[in-house]
Design a protein around this ligand. Structure first.
Ligand code: FAD
Ligand code: NAD
Length: 152
């Protein structure tokens, strides 16, 4: 099985889109991620999967915390910015929640402390304990077959 076949198959699993944000020494770094899931209610745990070559690894390993921002249908540009799909640098304003930078107007922002870390092939899995969360009304941005979609 080649990589393209695996990605094509995984792309059939429709997901939302998140931006993971963390900060070290005043430098705020964001990364688009759809490898996100809810893990446990007691305690409240979520999981993200970050590619080994991603700059985000170093940031989370140092800060030991991150926010997960579930994007709304109107935030496709945010996903493109933090996936490097828009080449020119953009100035992004962040809100602060529980001492962590979060993406303004996200559907949900979760403030997480790293609870556990697991190396898995060419990715690192971070389990985050959710310290607090913010929820807003709206429809999510979706990702399916390698393309952004509107749910409604
Ligand atoms: P970089 O590539 O350096 O940064 C990412 C981009 O964000 C750059 O363009 C940078 O300029 C910009 N940026 C960062 N911080 C700021 C800031 N403060 N202000 C303004 N711009 C900023 N990869 C995974 O590992 N796991 C996933 O689950 C995953 N899911 C994805 C889902 C989708 C829908 C897409 C499109 C991509 C996904 N990726 C995923 C790929 C990942 O988003 C990219 O490879 C990303 O470029 C890796 O980020 P990085 O940490 O290496 O940092
Ligand atoms: P794509 O066709 O590459 O992705 C379809 C699906 O394949 C994704 O939703 C994901 O589930 C899986 N996938 C893709 N790349 C992966 C990787 N390196 N490791 C594990 N799973 C992966 O869609 P696309 O629009 O070409 O993606 C844009 C870029 O974002 C690509 O460079 C892709 O590699 C990257 N991406 C990475 C991940 C990830 O690391 N988990 C997830 C999604 C997209």
């Amino acid at each position: 099985m080649d990589d393209r076949m695996f990605r094509t198959a995984m792309g059939k699993f429709a997901t939302g889109v998140t931006v993971i944000v963390s900060e070290v020494d005043g430098e705020v770094h964001g990364m688009t991620a759809n490898a996100f899931m809810s893990v446990s209610l007691d305690p409240k745990l979520v999981l993200i999967s970050v590619g080994s070559n991603a700059k985000m690894n170093k940031i989370i390993q140092e800060s030991q915390k991150f926010s997960v921002n579930i994007l709304s249908g109107s935030q496709k540009e945010m996903s493109m910015i933090f996936a490097g799909q828009i080449k020119e640098e953009r100035k992004v304003n962040f809100d602060t929640f529980e001492g962590l930078p979060v993406i303004e107007n996200s559907l949900v922002s979760l403030a997480c402390n790293v609870y556990d870390t697991h190396e898995a092939g060419d990715h690192t899995l971070y389990i985050g304990e959710v310290i607090n969360l913010n929820v807003q009304d709206g429809e999510p941005l979706a990702f399916y077959e390698g393309k952004y979609k509107q749910v409604m």
